[in-house]
Design a protein around this ligand. Structure first.
Ligand code: G4P
Length: 532
């Protein structure tokens, strides 16, 4: 293909890519909505196919059950499907508060987000946290208020709730007619179309009926509710913010849709608007410059690693988001952190129920690359210019455990298991300078249970935890290597190396941290660390 033809192809492919994540508080309907979106995209034929990943937010036992299922129906953390002329990549964002670090990193790989809110509950804690993450990058967000077939809060109240608690302007795109048993459908404010709800058609696409508000037939169809919707629409048109694409793209305004995912209601309308409104891949920052997706040179960054995705193959997959150019199977790319060229022969693309070998992929697409331990979260790959994508951090853990083996003969397996599981980034592994302990650090405590269960299940290692008197962790560095050396000598007992060999200060109290910072002006202490 000539240079110009390639440039044209890339431009066209970028324009039709939509890469997004769904954010919501557990139970708001993320799984159901995901499934319905896949249904509309033709990626699955029947509802009930996508196994819920919600187990991960409850107990370890649920999590293990989910793992078992994983080998059979590949519930991937990335799902690709087509809708009309669009190629959509849906990235799963784990819902539990404990997974926030992982979620944060997944959200670095999306171009926009879809927020699901339960109409009875409004904004919940997890919605708030995820929204904070989105705000860090001004990610554009479309909102879907779900479960209108159940009694919920007044729609005006819900809009206020979002505006107040999530600090984002709302632009209603549709408006519900009644709720719960009285739910009759939605009114599309832009197209002035009434979509009537039929509760028996949850498995099918519900067609809208076009009817204007002053049409007398509206009274026949809706009875008393006709007056209500007329009043509501008048109110919204007077009081609500009109949709403003610029504001939406800047993450300052969220268009709001109402519906019922389980009944398929409002989902197609949502999807249709989503593909039109949501942004295609946009330029991504590196340490040297912003990289535009339409550049013809290939570049990509790994934002997630998962070990043992398929228990039958014991593989470790690095999820790479393509940021520019075109990926072609078998291409050679430079792995910049280790300074080596690697050939990607068998990258995988993830569909709802399957994975397949990928021949070509474009910016916005996520490919799975087999990882034999050389790839880490944050690694950048290009075919020419050395680039290092930024914005994928590690966070200082707040909980710590010392790992102990039940069977000392298994120390090799323990080491391997811990290193591989820590690669996924949900826990961090530290080795103190003064002994050979394994210290795990996590942002949320559920991770510890998960790791012990996975050590047993995937590595056949019985391990247990001991409490350890550590309070927090800070990465330490200094401009003057001598200063770092003397700091290392002086505080040996409080220092450890993380999995990448970086020095970490791990004090047993806040007081010790503060006093050490005060006494060590030449040392920089950081709470987050960019992967390097
Ligand atoms: P999550 O991934 O956000 O955690 O939510 P999920 O889709 O699993 O939905 C949570 C519960 O809400 C499920 O019920 C689901 O069926 C229900 N639900 C989702 N969308 C709607 C809707 O539009 N209307 C109503 N009435 N319910 C909805 P469950 O009883 O917890 O599970 P299940 O046994 O139905 O699977």
């Amino acid at each position: 293909m000539s240079e110009t033809a390639l440039a044209k192809t890339i431009e066209r492919e970028v324009a039709r890519r939509r890469t997004f994540g769904i954010i919501s508080h557990p139970d708001a309907g993320k799984t159901t909505l995901t499934e319905k979106l896949l249904l509309f995209g033709g990626a699955i034929q029947m509802a009930g196919t996508v196994k819920s990943r919600k187990a991960s937010r409850h107990a370890v036992s649920d999590w293990m059950a989910m793992e078992k299922e994983r080998g059979i129906s590949v519930t991937s953390s990335v799902m690709k499907f087509e809708y009309k002329d669009y190629e959509i990549n849906l990235l799963d964002t784990p819902g539990h508060a404990d997974f926030s670090e992982d979620t944060y990193r997944v959200l670095t790989a999306v171009d926009s987000a879809l927020m699901v809110i339960d109409c009875a509950k409004g904004v919940e804690t997890q919605t708030r946290k995820l929204m904070e993450v989105c705000r860090l990058r001004d990610t554009p967000i479309i909102s879907f208020i779900n479960k209108l077939d159940r009694d919920g809060r007044d729609p005006f109240d819900l809009i206020n709730d979002i505006e107040e608690h999530l600090n984002i302007e709302c632009a209603p795109m549709t408006w519900p007619i009644g709720m719960g048993l009285d739910f009759r459908g939605t009114y599309n404010i832009a197209t002035k179309t009434l979509h009537l709800f039929d509760s028996n058609r949850g498995d099918r696409i519900q067609e809208g009926t076009t009817i204007s508000l002053d049409d007398p037939r509206l009274d026949e169809i809706l009875g008393e509710q006709a007056a209500q919707i007329r009043d509501d629409v008048e109110l919204i048109q007077g009081a609500a913010n009109p949709f403003d694409k610029e504001k939406y793209l800047a993450g300052k305004q969220t268009p709001v849709f109402f519906g019922s995912a389980i009944n398929n209601f409002g989902v197609q309308e949502l999807l249709e608007n989503f593909v039109e409104l949501a942004p295609a891949p946009f330029p991504r920052p590196t340490t040297t410059r912003d990289v535009a997706p339409t550049e013809s040179s290939f570049s990509g960054v790994v934002f997630k690693i998962q070990a043992n995705m398929d228990p039958r193959h014991r593989d470790r997959i690095a999820f790479m988001r393509i940021n520019s150019g075109r990926f072609v199977r078998g291409m050679k790319v430079r792995h910049h952190r280790i300074g080596k060229d690697i050939q990607i022969k068998d990258a995988t693309i993830f569909m709802a129920q399957d994975r397949a070998n990928v021949d070509t992929a474009f910016p916005g697409d996520i490919i799975g690359v087999h990882n034999h331990g050389t790839i880490r979260i944050g690694d950048s790959f290009t075919d020419k210019e050395p680039l290092k994508f930024t914005g994928i951090p590690d966070f200082a853990p707040e909980h710590f455990r010392r790992v102990r083996l039940k069977d000392p003969m298994k120390s090799k397996q323990l080491h391997k298991g811990l290193v591989q599981l820590a690669e996924e980034g949900a826990v961090q592994l530290f080795r103190p300078l003064i002994n050979s302990d394994y210290i795990l650090g996590a942002v949320g405590v559920l991770q510890f249970e998960v790791i012990v269960a996975r050590l047993k299940n995937e590595y056949n290692v019985d391990a247990l935890y001991e409490p350890v008197a550590l309070h927090t962790a800070r990465w330490v560095s200094a401009d003057d290597p001598k200063a770092l050396d003397s700091f290392r000598d002086k505080y040996k007992g409080d220092l450890a190396l993380d999995a990448t060999g970086d020095l970490v200060f791990m004090p047993n109290s806040m007081w010790r941290l503060e006093s050490t910072i005060e006494r060590s002006p030449e040392i920089t202490f950081t709470k987050t660390r960019e992967h390097n």
